[in-house]
Design a protein around this ligand. Structure first.
Ligand SMILES: [Zn+2]
Length: 174
């Protein structure tokens, strides 16, 4: 275990009992506007697909069951212009779903996932020195808590380390 990882563990165990962060799925009202319009924010038609099963759904932060009604859209988590803005493909439910109902918990469906914690500072710039890759066997929540405890880190985006697609956002608890 590296010295920096040791520090990470100590910081995270101190914070373990506190719900310090929120795990955020795509805003359901923003998705409803796309459904009403019949297209995502980049003009791709809102098209019904039948899930194979296992597709990562960014509206409720779980994996699709076989035959669920889903859509593949282009999405950006940014709501203001930013040079760091990126948009890319995400699966969501075709119709409105219940959303993510346990925002104080790391979404269980993504704990077994190779992930990138893409960190941003308080100006909205990417905090390059804190970007962290997490393997399935590692404690994803502990890594998140340690990163969010860094003074420089304001929020972060979790991405798939395999596909590099955006998965969900992590913000400090209000
Ligand atoms: Zn959903």
């Amino acid at each position: 275990m590296s010295e920096s990882r040791q520090t990470t563990r100590n910081v995270s165990s101190r914070l373990e009992s506190m719900s310090t962060v929120r795990y955020i799925a795509i805003d359901p009202e923003r998705l409803d506007r796309m459904r009403d319009r019949g297209a995502d924010e980049y003009g791709n038609p809102w098209t019904l697909r039948v899930a194979n099963g296992g597709e990562p759904l960014r509206c409720c932060l779980r994996r699709a069951e076989p035959d669920e009604r889903i859509a593949l859209i282009c999405y950006t988590p940014w709501t203001q212009p930013s040079p760091w803005m990126e948009a890319g493909p995400v699966f969501v439910h075709f119709e409105r779903c219940a959303g993510y109902e346990t925002p104080h918990l790391y979404p269980a469906a993504f704990l077994d996932h190779d992930s990138v914690m893409n960190t941003f500072d308080h100006t909205g710039a990417r905090a390059y020195q804190h970007i962290t890759f997490v393997r399935p066997a590692e404690d994803h929540e502990a890594v998140i808590r340690a990163l969010m405890a860094e003074a420089e880190v304001a929020y972060l985006h979790v991405r798939s380390a395999e596909a590099l697609c955006f998965t969900f956002e992590v913000q400090p608890a209000a």
